[in-house]
Design a protein around this ligand. Structure first.
Ligand code: F6P
Length: 341
């Protein structure tokens, strides 16, 4: 069998480990051959690909980014499925492993279920927002980078007796903020799933300050405060109703400064959280998911993806992983609140 592999959507630490795991297992156990597709669906639509062998994946488990490149090209653009089927036939591709997040896996599920294409998936996202898999690779690394950054920001905040607002990624969910905020001992943790008021944020900041601490506020990029001003909602929200990327930290800092009288600055961690080497946990998870994608292909379970359940790797239908977002549950919110302030 000739297997095409593509990585699509935002990159995540661990993508290269998936590629290595899949290629090694596929070659060693089944004698498959592999084709690396450049820049996600774009490469399949435009026939931009190259042979991928064991040597190409050597030493990849710890390398950040993706050797294949990525893009946000939609599989239904530019001629869509028909064009991809044509390219697959010309190239002799028997199956596609699509490694991606919600957008990629929804597209891949449609290609398999509606168009009958031999596509399997591997879930990827630093946001950890996919359902039917306990964790996605990339999340542990992003949370670790955010934690280390907050630790560093804390020493400068302590020295200057300032409040610091640290904005982390996560799109519409608060997993990175929750884990980094808990690991770094933040005084306020603000999640999209649980809007809190300006009064509550001010209370947490003031309580930390009154105990002689430089207040640390960790805010997920998708957080929108309860009671957001009309003026802000006019120009500060994107089309999904989120405060714009890079916006919420900057929005909150002057409000906290004004309400508490504590000098407050904001930092956006941004793409730092996606860059560089994956943690050991993400390397292992990504490698195992990559290897499992080969089992799924060998069983011809088109439309299925590898997933994590507890400590086991399982197979689930891709459509089930994208049906609903994996949001932070109420019990995790109640748990962190005890630590705040
Ligand atoms: O989905 C991963 C993610 O990093 C989100 O946390 C963030 O909202 C988005 O991608 C940023 O996308 P881009 O790299 O296209 O700016």
């Amino acid at each position: 069998m000739n297997i095409g592999i593509l990585t699509s959507g935002g990159d995540a630490p661990g993508l290269n480990a998936v590629i290595r795991g899949a290629v090694r297992k596929g070659i060693r156990e089944h004698g498959f051959i592999f084709t690396g597709i450049r820049d996600g669906w774009r490469g399949l639509l435009e026939d931009d690909m190259y042979p991928l062998n064991e040597v190409d994946v050597r030493g990849l488990s710890g390398r950040g980014g993706t050797i294949l490149g990525t893009s946000r090209t939609h599989p239904y653009s530019d001629g869509g499925p028909e064009q991809m089927k044509k390219v697959m036939a010309e190239r002799g591709l028997d199956a596609i492993i699509a490694i991606g997040g919600e957008g990629t896996l929804s597209g891949a599920a449609r290609l398999a279920n509606d168009e009958g294409m031999p596509v399997v998936g591997v879930p990827k996202t630093i946001d950890n927002d996919l359902d039917n898999t306990d964790y996605t690779f990339g999340f542990d690394t992003a949370a670790a980078i955010a934690t280390e950054s907050i630790d560093r920001i804390r020493t400068t905040a302590d020295s200057h007796h300032r409040c610091m607002v640290i904005e982390v990624m996560g799109r519409n969910v608060g997993w990175i903020a929750l884990h980094a905020g808990m690991a770094a001992g933040a005084h306020a943790v603000l999640l999209p799933e649980f809007p809190v008021s300006y009064d509550q944020i001010t209370a947490w900041v003031t309580s930390a300050w009154d105990r002689g601490r430089a207040p640390i506020v960790v805010v997920a990029e998708g957080f929108v405060p309860a009671g957001l001003d009309e003026a802000v909602s006019d120009k500060g929200l994107d089309k999904h109703g989120r405060v714009r990327l890079g916006g919420i930290g900057e929005h909150l800092a002057p409000i906290i400064d004004e309400r508490t009288g504590i000098e407050t600055r904001s930092v956006v961690l941004g793409h730092l959280q996606r860059g560089g080497e994956p943690t050991a946990y993400d390397r292992v998870l990504a490698t195992r998911l990559g290897m499992a994608s080969i089992d799924i292909i060998a069983q011809q379970k088109w439309g299925w993806m590898a997933a994590l359940s507890g400590t086991s790797i399982t197979h689930v239908e891709m459509s089930d992983a994208v049906d609903r977002l994996n949001t932070v549950p109420q019990e995790r919110w109640e748990e962190i609140q005890i630590l705040l302030g």
